[in-house]
Ligand binder design. Structure first.
Ligand code: HEM
Length: 406
């Protein structure tokens, strides 16, 4: 593929490795709200597959997100086309729409509540301390590998009641799921996670224990007299591990990097941590935008910002671009804890699929940075970050840091 195409098409993973992907998006936003992009080749789709419409401005990302009737998730939220069966196994409720999605969501909403997250608070703090303490004496390390490490994975495992000895394999499988874009390994990893989850659900049904309480509550929760089946819960388990680990790790890692680029904001936060935490966390999530896109499919001929879209066309919401839209965010490239709340689309543009884990993600970030600033208050970035090779998560593979040993 030629270089010019690679720098302009955000579906090409190399787009994200260029010096300034933000500038490329800014050019696109200036020109128009919706662009056509070809689908890059991958192992599964050597021909590249069907192209798609890229929505790059904030208003249109919000509008499309809130109109599931016209822009449905049920044919998949990934860039690539999959069979309907695969789409369902890969995304569970993420790739449902209408009454079926509403039913799943209503059940999960009864179980994954702010109270559930609050009850995990102490556990989150224990894991955060452990992650920081294990490197505290060293004076320098890699923030992604050594500090953030498996923190979000441990929290999801605690929530789901995964025993300690099974966690390393689960984390490994989740890594394959998210990094092996377009390869057969992804399918095998997903099947192994679902098979494991089915066993865990079966055990949760038979044995009452504290660790299985989340799964037990999912098993028994009813809406309109209907429950989720064991298999549906296993698919939801796979969705939680894939949705809840890399996203939060990215927020913390890229968040640390953002704080190093904007030291004044960091000073403000460290000098009044609790007052500023809700805004700081939200602004970090906007600045980072860990999930850079999700996709919809048009259910009828329609238009977005005047651009005709045909029934069946794929429409991709570039959250990363919407969160840098100068029409909504002044000096959008800057981290600024004084911004008004509630406008970013990092957890989705509103509408029925808005992130179910937002409360948990915010909690994890708040506790983690509090523990970090308490234990290693002068921690600073000491080298260039290395981004993961992905067009889906804005993750970091590596971020060198140094600090006074504690
Ligand atoms: C900063 C961290 C996170 C970010 C940026 C994020 C982002 C997103 C986005 C963009 C969506 C799709 C919204 C839409 O289509 O409108 C989503 C959905 C979802 N997220 Fe998150 N997420 C994060 C953390 C989490 C965590 C920790 C969990 C698990 C506890 C989680 C579970 C989910 C689930 C289950 C859905 C599907 C909801 C549905 O289809 O109704 N997320 N997330």
């Amino acid at each position: 593929m030629d270089d010019i195409l690679q720098t302009q098409n955000p579906a090409v993973p190399e787009f994200w490795l260029q010096k300034d992907p933000d500038e490329a998006f800014a050019d696109m936003r200036r020109e128009k709200a919706v662009h056509w992009h070809d689908m890059p080749a991958s192992v599964w789709f050597p021909e590249g597959g069907r192209g798609f419409w890229s929505v790059v401005r904030h208003d249109e990302v919000v509008r499309v997100s809130r109109d599931q009737e016209t822009f449905t998730s049920e044919y998949g939220t990934e860039l690539v086309d999959n069979t309907l069966e695969m789409t369902r196994v890969f995304g569970g409720m993420l790739n449902m729409s209408g009454a079926e999605h509403a039913h799943h969501r209503a059940i999960v909403n009864r179980v994954l509540t702010p109270r559930t997250v609050e009850a995990l608070s102490d556990t989150i703090r224990v894991h955060a301390r452990h992650c920081i303490d294990r490197v505290a004496a060293r004076g320098q390390c890699d923030f992604m590998q050594d500090v953030v490490g498996d923190f979000p994975a441990q929290i999801i495992c605690e929530l789901l009641g995964v025993p300690t000895e099974a966690r390393a394999r689960l984390v490994e499988l989740t890594g394959i799921l998210l990094s092996g874009y377009g390869t057969a390994d992804v399918y095998d990893a997903l099947m192994e996670i679902i098979a494991y989850a089915e066993g865990l659900v079966a055990r949760a049904r038979e044995h009452i224990s504290d660790s299985a309480s989340f799964l037990r509550r999912l098993l028994t929760a009813q809406v309109d007299g209907k429950r989720m089946s064991d298999y549906e819960i296993a698919v939801f388990f796979a969705l939680l591990v894939s949705a809840g680990i890399e996203t939060t790790a990215t927020s913390i890692g890229q968040g640390m990097y953002a704080l190093s680029l904007f030291p004044e904001q960091r000073r403000r936060w460290q000098s009044d941590y609790h007052t500023l935490a809700p805004r700081a966390v939200e602004e970090i999530v906007r600045w980072v935008t860990p999930v850079v896109h999700f996709r919809r499919t048009a259910t009828r001929d329609t238009k977005i910002a005047g651009q005709p879209i045909a029934e069946g066309d794929k429409v991709v919401l570039w959250y990363h671009s919407a969160n840098r839209d100068e029409r909504v965010f002044a000096r959008a490239e800057e981290l600024d804890f004084s911004r008004p709340d509630g406008q970013h689309v990092a957890f989705g543009g509103g509408g029925p699929h808005f992130c179910l884990g937002a409360v948990l993600a915010r909690k994890e970030m708040t506790v983690f940075f509090e523990e970090l600033f308490t234990r290693l208050p002068d921690i600073e970035v000491s080298g260039e970050p290395r981004r993961v090779h992905s067009n889906f998560v804005n993750g970091l593979a590596s971020l060198p840091v140094r600090y006074t040993p504690a």
